[in-house]
Ligand binder design. Structure first.
Ligand code: UD1
Ligand code: MG
Length: 490
């Protein structure tokens, strides 16, 4: 579809006093993006020639963030914030002559859907209005600008709550802070704004009244879903937006074939993705660029950040950051996967296991109570319980390499750099400081010595001594015990 050239202006210079925060309001996070990040993601859909973001409060931080998330956007500094109208004036001053449509978006209205914005633009551009504002009927209009309509139903002006009469305050149709203007008329209308209001600011909302007063056609476009127009002025409102966005995101995934057992405690960032027939159990967060493949089961009580989960993998009560969990892998319960973890298909990382910069090969198992740091483990290898990959000598990190089909004993220390070959074993309780060749058994522990009769001599009369005496008496009547074996865990 062809349309007139479009310019998007996002207002993001305000301090957001009511947030009571050192962080500029528009940088507060909301399920995977900042507030302004959501607005820019929606704005990206209107195919604008130019996107301008007006910054002011915390300009350095906001502009650094914009460079990261929207390098195509131009930041314009509004050094002193004299209101939303002033902000748009500053933006226009920084631009060459604008024609076509100027779309203005408040930086703190993040739930707007792109279809709704597209609908506003269609209505505006096809109706030939000088200005069109997105409005909504809400149950509680508190704090918002009210839409004052003329007796014929047309838009007359917008009045801010603090400047409104009691009668106007009763109006439940509010200004969403999303507008389309005819670029040729906007500049002149802005120059006519007064600061004669309760805040002594130039209100963008007054542009509608100025244009209407000059006989230009102005229109209100009512949003079907009032929720999309909600702004965010304090942290309680931010929490409300987060809850609504969570419900929207979860609803979308459930309709796409994902089972979410408890949508009220499942938080999926807008940047994450989940495949069909995946099951997300309660109290689970899928954050950042996390991708969960088809048929995987995640949760309960699991947080995945920038983590990939393969098909049919099972991840229970785990915390993972920057990890790659292959197909049919089993993780947890109670596992911590740190960046650089790669678990090949059918691998297992079990209970109270921490991994970092660790590759675990296909079908290999690290089942219990273990730290795997800076290590490569081959295929079909079993790591004994309570093993530590000793990767840090106090200055530098070193790597441990364990081969395929190896069996390492319980309570081992692998003091890196060290290598255990394919098919090798290590004995329980070993501190492995030298390489173990393929097929060898590495034993690195003190020899056991039994001091017979020590308890009878040194702890006479104790329950231990009595129990020992009884056992020794019975042993005389019993045949020889089996020889000692190497204990192991699977
Ligand atoms: C504004 C509207 C109100 C509407 C509401 C919707 C005005 C006068 N009022 O009120 O009618 O119902 O949004 O959420 O516009 N900003 C700047 N520079 C400034 C002042 C503000 O860039 O000098 C930015 C803020 O960062 C914010 C946006 O403009 O992103 C809106 O400002 P805010 O103070 O939140 O206005 P509201 O009181 O919410
Ligand atoms: Mg606001």
């Amino acid at each position: 579809m062809t349309h007139s050239p479009r310019t998007v202006i996002v207002l993001a210079a305000g301090e957001g006093k009511r947030m009571k925060s050192a962080l500029p309001k528009v940088l507060h996070p909301l399920l995977g993006r900042t507030l302004v990040g959501h607005v820019l993601a929606t704005a990206a859909e209107v195919a604008a020639e130019r996107t301008v973001v007006v910054i002011g409060h915390g300009a350095d931080r906001v502009s650094a963030h914009l460079t990261e998330i929207a390098p195509h956007a131009t930041a314009v500094l509004q050094a002193e914030q004299h209101g939303t109208g002033h902000a748009v004036r500053v933006a226009l001053d920084a631009l060459p002559e604008v024609s076509g449509t100027v779309v203005v978006l408040n930086g703190d209205v993040p739930l707007l859907r792109r279809e709704t914005l597209a609908g506003l633009l269609r209505a505006h551009e096809s109706g030939g209005a000088a200005a069109t504002v997105l409005t909504a009927e809400v149950a509680d209009p508190g704090g918002l600008g009210r839409i004052v309509r003329a007796p014929d139903g047309g838009l007359e002006r917008i009045v801010e709550e603090r400047d409104a009469t009691d009668e106007q305050r009763a109006i439940r149709e509010v200004n969403a802070g999303i507008y389309a203007f005819d670029g040729r008329l906007l500049g002149a209308a802005l120059s006519k704004l007064s600061t004669d209001n309760d805040q002594g600011e130039e209100y963008l909302t007054d542009v509608l009244g100025v244009l209407a007063g000059a006989g230009e056609p102005v229109a209100a476009h009512v949003a079907v879903d009032a929720e999309e127009t909600l702004g965010c002025n304090d942290r309680a409102e931010l929490a409300g937006l987060r809850r609504r966005l969570r419900d929207r995101v979860n609803g979308d995934w459930m309709r796409a074939g994902v089972t979410i057992l408890d949508p009220a405690t499942t938080w999926i960032d807008v940047t994450a993705s989940v495949g069909r027939d995946a099951v997300i159990d309660q109290n689970t967060q899928l954050l950042g660029g996390t991708e969960v493949a088809e048929g995987a089961r995640v949760g309960p009580d699991t947080t995945l950040i920038d983590t990939v989960v393969g098909e049919d993998a099972v991840v229970v009560r785990a915390h993972a950051v920057g990890a790659w969990i292959g197909p049919a892998v089993s993780v947890g319960p109670y596992a911590s996967l740190r960046p650089g973890t790669r678990l090949a298909p059918k691998a297992k990382v079990g209970t109270f296991v921490e991994t970092k910069n660790a590759e675990v090969g296909e079908g290999s198992k690290v089942p219990h109570l273990t730290y795997v740091g800076d290590a490569t483990i081959g295929e079909h290898t079993n790591i004994g319980a309570a093993t530590v990959f000793v990767n840090y000598d106090g200055v530098a990190k070193h790597r441990t390499v364990i081969g395929s089909h190896a069996r390492t004993g319980a309570d081992n220390m692998f003091v890196a750099p060290v290598e255990v070959g394919d098919g090798a074993y290590t004995a329980a309780g070993s501190v492995i400081t030298a390489d173990v060749p393929p097929g060898a058994l590495g034993v690195a522990r003190g020899q056991q010595r039994n001091v017979d009769g020590w308890v009878a001599k040194r702890r006479p009369g104790t329950p231990a001594a009595e129990a020992a005496a009884r056992a020794l008496g019975e042993a005389e009547a019993r045949p020889e015990p089996e020889p000692e074996r190497e204990p192991s865990t699977e």
